[in-house]
Design a protein around this ligand. Structure first.
Ligand code: G4P
Length: 527
């Protein structure tokens, strides 16, 4: 195998998804510790501050430096080159969180064993399903009282519509957590609580070992034997093909905080998950082994400092080898440019990248020329990657300008910020931009909008909440929106590109619209 091929095959690029507090940060940190990328636990991000419901945008800005660096992390582990993409949670939850999943080749879903499937996981999961990427589940916090593992499996299967295959199975939980049974090796890894904080020992023991009953106690032993029999007899079979297409999720139990089950998870995961995948473009699938360079922008991070209007565009490399200073074609802009100082995030520090391959993420300086989804490629070929969908916002505000004389700045600011992908703007059909409906995936985006309009465009705005909760794109191109039969609270609007949409205040009015308008097709994403 050539070294070029080898560089690509050893890469693993994945996103970690979870509901806030399930343990994503703790697990990521443990991965980085194993990879030697950090030396101390607790150093991934300013967790305490990040967790506060910060309403002051300046505070968030101060933390930007931290969250930028931790949004993509690269490290080496046993010959693998790993890129972890963080999907921001809490207040930071935005469309970027969804878009990040477009750059990943697989996803790790962290679930709190006492809570099961929670809202944010459910939302992010939908994007994984849409992309058919492999999904691995880590059921965390087994050192705390957990729900019955069979119930958890059932919930994942029913709520998320994916089959599960437990690679290991827990023995008790909380104070009674004795370890996990490895179904392939047919042995157990024993967990001994050590103040709950320290690393724990793993002791291998056979299921038929007479000492096992003594080690984990008679009750746990018999439950385990019964559980394993049930799993082997009635559970789904392991099928790598189904894992690869996101239909079956390998499940692991453990405790990130006490370091239990993290290393076996990482090792199994790295073996099972996929190297960089091919990507769709207008000239067909682009293989990561294709020697011509190509990549696409999936996220744009605006610099909040108004002295520097620059932005960082995050690009996922899809093929070819990147070399510092190389010239690429920005297809949508129709211009060649030199990538002189792209940055890569090596765990905590930003580094100037000398070379990079398919699967890697580069942070490139953006003087305001890139849009989400743009393609960059070798100048000798012209191609466009499949676009990144627009995701349905869930929060809506009516925005009006305070000083109507500043209309020009208002329109410019609103349009530019929407083009960056931070917010989405909608208008009533045939109306001007006196008032605009702004939709966002996370509520923080409204604060960002207000702050940026004031500081960058010198425009004050007034915002009032709107009762809508759901938005759907009308897929039928030929439909006459004025003749649709809709409930009184449903509103017809259009987006920046002129696509028609419906705004609903509740989920049953969506159903009503579908039932009363034969052939109407509504979508949660817009391509
Ligand atoms: P997140 O990124 O998904 O939001 O979760 P994070 O890792 O920050 O974990 C949330 C809380 O859960 C943290 O506690 C963390 O220590 C705890 N935690 C994570 N994994 C485990 C686990 O396996 N077992 C137990 N018992 N707890 C776990 P915190 O008190 O909110 O924060 P901190 O003071 O520990 O930083």
């Amino acid at each position: 195998m050539s070294s070029y091929e080898n560089e690509i095959k050893r890469r693993r690029t994945f996103a970690i998804i979870s509901h806030p507090d399930a343990g994503k940060t703790t697990l990521t940190e443990k991965f980085l510790l194993y990879g030697g990328a950090i030396a101390l636990a607790g150093s991934v991000k300013g967790k305490k501050t990040a967790k506060h419901a910060v309403s002051d945008w300046m505070e968030i800005e101060k933390q930007r430096g931290i969250s930028v660096t931790s949004s993509v992390m690269q490290f080496e582990y046993e010959g693998y080159c790993i890129n972890i993409l963080d999907t921001p949670g809490h207040q930071d939850f935005s469309e970027d969180t969804f878009r990040t999943l477009m750059a990943a080749d697989s996803a790790v879903m962290v679930i709190d064993a006492s809570k099961g499937v929670e809202n944010q996981t459910r939302k992010l999961f939908k994007v994984c399903v849409m992309r058919h990427i492999p999904i691995f589940t880590f059921i965390n916090k087994m050192d705390r009282e957990a729900r019955n593992p069979f119930d958890l499996m059932e919930e994942i299967e029913e709520e998320l519509g994916i089959q599960t295959y437990p690679v290991n199975w827990p023995i008790g939980s909380g104070k009674e957590f004795k370890g996990v049974f490895d179904r392939k090796k047919r042995e157990i890894l024993a967990f001994t609580a050590n103040n709950g904080q320290r690393e724990v020992d793993s002791i291998a023991a056979d299921l038929n070992d007479t000492n096992l009953e003594k080690l984990i106690g008679s009750e746990h032993y018999h439950t385990l034997v019964d559980d394993v029999e049930l799993l082997d007899g009635a559970g789904y079979e392991f099928d790598m093909e189904k894992v690869n297409t996101g239909q079956l999720s390998p499940v692991f139990f453990g405790s990130a905080l006490t370091n239990f089950g993290v290393e076996p998870f990482l090792e199994n995961f790295l073996q099972m998950t996929t190297p960089p995948l091919s990507r769709n473009s207008d000239i067909g699938q682009i293989s990561p082994f294709d020697e011509d360079f190509s990549g696409f922008v999936f996220k744009i991070q605006a610099n909040m400092n108004k002295a520097h209007r620059d932005r960082i565009a995050f690009m996922r490399i899809c093929s070819g080898k990147f070399e510092k200073g190389m010239e690429v074609l920005h297809v949508q802009g129709g211009k060649k440019l030199k990538l002189a100082q792209p940055q890569q995030m090596m765990a905590q520090e930003r580094e100037i990248v000398e070379e990079a391959y398919a699967g890697d993420i580069l942070g490139i300086f953006d003087p305001g020329i890139f849009s989400i989804g743009d393609t960059l490629c070798s100048p000798n070929r012209k191609m466009v990657f499949e676009g990144i969908p627009t995701f349905a916002p869930e929060h809506f505000n009516l925005v009006t300008q305070v000083d109507t004389l500043k209309r020009k700045q208002f329109v410019k600011g609103m349009t530019q910020i929407a083009q960056e992908g931070a917010i989405q703007i909608f208008q009533e059909l045939d109306s001007g931009m006196e008032e605009v409906i702004v939709g966002a995936v996370g509520v923080l985006q409204f604060e960002v909008l207000e702050y940026r309009l004031k500081n960058e465009y010198h425009v004050d705005i007034r915002m009032s909440g709107l009762p809508y909760q759901y938005i759907r794109w009308i897929e039928n191109k030929d439909v006459d929106v004025n003749s649709l039969d809709l409930m009184s609270g449903t509103k017809v609007v259009q987006d920046l590109k002129g696509n028609k949409l419906l705004l609903f205040s509740n989920s049953w009015s969506i159903q009503w619209a579908l039932e009363h308008n034969e052939g109407l097709e509504l979508a949660e994403f817009s391509r």
